[in-house]
Design a protein around this ligand. Structure first.
Ligand code: 5GP
Ligand code: ZN
Length: 110
């Protein structure tokens, strides 16, 4: 845990979040500044900055969670993405996966 990390504070429960799913290894919650309705984040419960530093067991936990969220959102199209490092657009230095629904106009979301 890193005391100054906003995602570690969310894991600890010191900062509120709209939680979606929680396992022993990971937590998912809605993004505070969504790019579309339902934009979610999936994070490991340990403080690791980038994906290549994350033990495989966490990745094995996180990907099925991202899949479940994508399915539950019900949109046909979506992005799963992870920014790693400042040059790649990572703002929060605690590895995370975005699940971003891409609704079309008929679905009326977004
Ligand atoms: P990054 O640019 O690091 O890939 O994405 C970080 C994401 O975390 C952004 O989409 C941002 O809106 C989200 N975020 C930052 N602080 C908080 C917070 O305190 N709560 C929640 N739910 N999301 C946050
Ligand atoms: Zn952290």
């Amino acid at each position: 845990m890193a005391a100054s990390c906003i995602f570690c504070q969310i894991v600890k429960g010191d900062v509120p979040s709209f939680k979606l799913l929680e396992t022993e290894l990971s937590l998912s919650f809605l993004d505070i500044n969504p790019v579309s309705k339902g934009h979610a984040l999936v994070i490991p419960k340990i403080h690791v900055e980038k994906m290549h530093e994350l033990p495989d067991e966490y990745l094995r936990d996180i990907l099925p969670i991202a899949k479940k969220i994508a399915r539950a959102q019900g949109t046909k199209d979506y992005n799963i993405l992870s920014n790693n490092g400042e040059l790649a657009g990572q703002d929060v230095p605690h590895v995370h996966f975005h699940v971003i629904p891409k609704p079309n106009e008929e679905e009326g979301l977004g």
